[in-house]
Design a protein around this ligand. Structure first.
Ligand code: ATP
Length: 361
């Protein structure tokens, strides 16, 4: 991953967590750079929350060490770690005003009341709730309450903020709005955010670095673009969108994979030999009617349109390729785009550099 251990704000070294004979997190080593927005993404049960809880100090690792800012904290309780956690349920005190909710932690740390309220209102400004400090939590919407929880977690300027599906309880429209706001807030405060989610779009829209987890391990970590354009495993390829994976064989020429007798150029095949799976994202494919010319150097598969669905910004096609697989194509609905109906014979055409290669299995 990007940061070395020395530069890392948060570093896990060979961390495992077992519950009885069940391994929730399996020998995880990772570094989260200072000031980055880091997302842990994966399906339910893959170990994201357990990892976050070990960083926060709510769970003891069965093995391995946790470092914050270069110092080992494995044995420290949560309140002695310079990190705050925002959970899906915001747990505000109903009888306290919004500003007192935010100031509460500071007052307990013996910051004077006036100073605590001043800082609470600064934190509320940050989440754009500066005007609602006198209200009670019940007088706010769900999204506003979650922002109060965020202000409360930011008010003492921790080294890092740990966010455990913080938007999970909100409806889709509000979630999208808060995703953008969270990113803005992270940029403004510049502290490290570690965000747990099972929503790939959420992770991709916010994080500088995403670690895709599966079965207690990190399958692949990188920027959203890297993971989307260059997935290394079928799991990552499928989790981050439609992969159009097809079976192929790399033989003599190592930059060519053969599928159903058709040679497909794939620069990533260099150095590989034998059976592979290759994929291409749906929006990278252009449809050209059978018999019409295709650009030189393109990869081409033939197929027949099974379904054409109009989605507004794009048209989604499901196509039966000559080799039998069903592939998906998104065509932008721009001026001059010709829509094809079901039953048409087409060529699926894409550039070799848009072909990715994943390990089998
Ligand atoms: P979700 O998105 O559903 O929260 P997750 O990826 O965050 O999932 P974890 O909550 O970390 O997953 O759980 C990982 C595995 O560990 C799961 O199989 C879960 O059932 C198990 N697990 C978590 N906490 C405990 C516990 N306290 N006791 C026993 N098993 C647990």
């Amino acid at each position: 991953m990007a940061a070395t251990q020395a530069e890392a704000d948060i570093h896990l070294d060979g961390v495992s967590k077992r519950f009885g004979d069940m391994t929730a997190v399996d020998d995880l080593t990772m570094s989260i750079p200072r000031g980055s927005f880091f997302a842990m993404l994966g399906p339910s049960g893959c170990g994201k929350t357990t990892t976050l809880r070990m960083i926060g100090g709510f769970e003891d690792p069965s093995e391995g060490k946790v470092f914050l800012g270069g110092s080992e904290v494995t044995q420290l309780p949560p309140y002695k770690r310079d990190v705050n956690t925002v959970f899906q349920s915001y747990a505000l005190f109903p009888h306290l005003s919004v500003e007192r909710n935010v100031a509460f932690g500071l007052e307990r740390k013996k910051v004077g009341k006036a100073e605590a309220l001043k800082r609470a209102n600064e934190a509320l400004e940050l989440v754009q709730l500066g005007h609602l400090g006198k209200r009670k939590p019940a007088q706010l919407s769900g999204g506003q309450q979650q922002r109060v929880a965020l202000a409360r977690a930011l008010v003492n300027r921790p080294r890092a903020l740990l966010l455990d599906e913080p938007l999970g309880a909100l409806d889709l429209r509000l979630r999208k709005q808060l995703q953008i706001e969270l990113k803005r807030i992270q940029q403004d405060v510049g502290i490290t955010f570690v965000h747990v989610t099972h929503d790939q779009e959420e992770a991709m829209s916010m994080a500088d670095t995403i670690a895709v987890m599966n079965g207690g391990r990190i399958e692949q970590a990188g920027s959203a673009t890297e993971l989307y354009e260059r997935p290394r495993t079928a799991f990552v390829a499928n989790f981050l969108g439609i992969s159009n994976l097809i079976e192929a064989k790399v033989t003599g020429d190592q930059r060519v994979a053969t599928h159903d007798g058709v040679a497909l150029h794939a620069p990533e095949c260099a150095g590989l030999i034998g059976d592979v799976q290759i994929g291409v994202r749906p929006e990278k494919i252009t449809l050209i009617l059978d018999g019409e010319p295709v650009p030189d150097g393109s990869n081409v598969l033939r197929g027949k349109i099974l379904v054409a669905a109009f989605l507004g910004v794009s048209i989604q096609y499901v196509i039966q390729a000559a080799g039998g697989e069903e592939l998906t194509v998104f065509a932008q609905n721009t001026d001059g785009t010709e829509a094809f109906g079901a039953g048409r014979e087409v060529q699926l055409v894409w550039k070799p550099e848009h072909t990715f290669v994943v390990q089998r299995g």
